[in-house]
Design a protein around this ligand. Sequence first.
Ligand code: ATP
Ligand code: MG
Length: 558
Amino acid sequence: MEDIKKEGEARSLNFLEEIMEDDLKNGRCESILTRFPPEPNGYLHLGHAKSICLNFGLAKKYGGKTNIRFDDTNPTKESVEYVDSIKNDIKWLGFEWAEERYASDYFQQLYDWAEELIKKGLAYVDDQTLEQIRENRGTVQKPGVESPFRNRSVEENLELFRGMRDGKYKEGERVLRAKIDMAHPNMLFRDPIMYRINYIPHHRTGSKWCIYPMYDYAHGESDSIEGITHSICTLEFDVHRPLYDWFIEQLGIFHSHQYEFARLNLTYTVMSKRKLLELVKNNFVRGWDDPRMPTICGIRRRGYTPESIKRFADKVGVAKRDNIIDLSLLEWCVREDLNARSNRYMAVLDPVEVEIEGWEQGKVEWFEAPLNPADPEGAKRRIPFSGKIYIERADFMENPPKKYFRLQPGGEVRLKYAYIIKCKEVIKDADGNITKIICTYDPTSKAGAGPWRSVKGTIHWVSVDSAEKLEVRLVDRLFTEPFMGSIPEGKDYKEYLNPDSMKIITGYAEPALLKDDSGIAVQFERTGYFMKDPDSTDELHVYNRTVTLKDNFKPQNK
Ligand code: ATP
Ligand code: MG
């Protein structure tokens, strides 16, 4: 388990903060401008949340700003649905962007700069197929082979590139490549592709363009157009940085600088949009916002709060080397937040009925309890008690071990906020299953009715007649494997789906639960935190388990 730093403990600057402070001090920039650059080809996940917290958090710390820029340069996989969900998720996390930009806003400028590079003899149109280009790139040990089209004249290149733009050629027939060095030790410098033809309509520019810039060409140039001072991305882009710089330098435009940090990896979680999309498409989950998904909309539905995610991002910190964070750190963060803020209710998830002997038929007594124990003087809820209640099956044992302090034959237990009861008789069906427990109660044992009497066990309960029936989704880890670093050789991550990742059961709750308007997850006392699900209707009340009160996950195959 990760070391959990004490709250408020001073920490030293991370390497990005050091760079920014130094740049500000030495006048390399006047203010900080970062950007969060999602490709709208899927829903955001916790890894993106980390990047969002970092980009927005750093800018805020230094009085700067952050743009959101949709990296929409590949119409094949992108859509407006994703754009909208991404904006929604960032707002939900509590961040405001300075400007909403799209790489597609810059298509004309990027095109003009590409012509400029052609005119400088730094780009050419290649007629080779993509396979030929790939084959001729060589390997790390072996230099690449120059394209037979590499030495076309500027005029011919301009004419062909304009022809590409004007839709004269088929997809894959021609590409524009930078003319750098086919023997360069950095493979990315072996005449990287700058533009390819694609006739799929774009979600913003429609059919205006049929050529689209590649990441390495579009990204740095877009950063430069916006005046981004610190372009933060994940570690795998460090080999791209020299190319990022090369394009900017050849064009002589504003020099943004790229910095890399380690991407967030979490145990028991896959976190790539491609894999998450697969889970959705194959119906392994109910959608992108399934509460088992590590997407922002999924964990929101599950009951995670923006505060808990921000705290998590902060605790994870900024690393320069890849690492894996234990999922229990994330769970710890949400527990901490909900423990301080969430309202409490009693709900019984695996009920057995208890009959209170001597209770006047039809009589209902109301008890009061604080909604949040952290605020004992704050709002209260009223809890009805009557002659029939549910308790958890696990809170009764017929032949208990020594240190079992809950209900047992002849034993006493306190019903939270109410009376002490004593087990008198156990009723079973023909198969020996317990169907009912008969208890007596001590009328002087409720608060204020006599001297306070302590018993060792206190359990939660729900009065049968006024119980609200719930559909409870016991959300758990989606995978049985922690995937420490990578998926085992020859295996598919889908083989490790946890068959018990969402058990659906019927539970019973005290009636005040349905009036809860806190908007965040509630605590079912002694059980865990639960969030009302949007599948709920007036008749059906659906709750997702956000997290248990304690860490009790046991992988199936261990
Ligand atoms: P995926 O591999 O899941 O598709 P991606 O990197 O392709 O992710 P983008 O939409 O291109 O997704 O990413 C937007 C930003 O989020 C990028 O700056 C990227 O570096 C960052 N990001 C993506 N995944 C992670 C992660 N696991 N940890 C930290 N940052 C991430
Ligand atoms: Mg990507």
